[in-house]
Design a protein around this ligand. Structure first.
Ligand code: QAP
Ligand code: CO
Length: 199
């Protein structure tokens, strides 16, 4: 298992457009596993290859509800999400993912491992159909809504060099970007439990 370094805004490498895979190879499957490991260690629900400095169209997503200890609960998934988790098995690994169709709109308080400590409400599609290649190299399509739909849209944006902070009003977007450029990110200790300081 390897845990890869996650690039953070304003790293210019996050702005590049990632290249599609010609085919699913053993090498791309090995890399996808490292991507998943990195997502879990960093406590994310989604991660894309360009965030770990690899410009390939690969994303992983695990939006199953988890409690504080990281154990899974079976509540709070939409019907489509439950169906998908049975059909495809989470964590989802998608090669060359594309949004084929969409329905409705929704907003969600999004964060990003490449913009740690910042959360803002972002608008996206409610329901999407997705086409991709699976870990086995099969062509797959599925419909999805809920958090999984939002997360897939967020991760596909990364493949095109886009971040959730680009999708805010210009005022909000510039405020966050300037703050990060000026002050950097809040230290890791500050978002951990306060009682850790006492023990
Ligand atoms: C994208 O983001 C996403 O700031 C995945 O300190 C997020 O996993 C899509 C994370 C929300 C939809 C809704 C962020 C971890 C994880 C942080 C993530 C942090 C620690 C972000
Ligand atoms: Co992100």
């Amino acid at each position: 298992m390897s845990v890869l370094e996650v690039l953070t805004f304003p790293d210019p490498r996050l702005r590049k457009v990632s290249q599609p895979l010609k085919e699913v190879t053993a090498k791309s499957v090995r890399f996808a596993k490292d991507l998943v490991d990195t997502m879990y260690v960093e406590k994310g629900i989604g991660l894309s290859a360009p965030q770990v400095n690899r410009l390939e169209r690969i994303i992983c997503v695990d939006t199953r509800p988890r409690d504080k200890e990281g154990r899974y609960e079976i509540t709070e998934m939409t019907e489509l999400e439950q169906n998908l988790s049975e059909a495809l098995k989470f964590p989802l690994v998608l090669f060359n993912p594309v949004v084929i169709g969409h329905e409705g709109s929704t907003s969600y308080d999004e964060g990003c491992l490449s913009v740690p400590g910042f959360y803002e409400t972002v608008k996206g599609y409610d329901k999407i159909s997705v086409g991709a290649l699976s870990l086995a190299g099969d062509s797959i399509t599925f419909e999805i809504d809920g958090l999984t739909s939002i997360c897939i849209q967020h991760e596909i944006d990364h493949l095109d060099g886009k971040l959730f902070i680009d999708r805010l009003s210009l005022i909000k977007s510039n405020k966050i970007k300037n703050k990060i450029k000026k002050f950097g990110y809040p230290s890791k200790d500050s978002d951990e439990d306060d009682d850790e300081l006492e023990s």
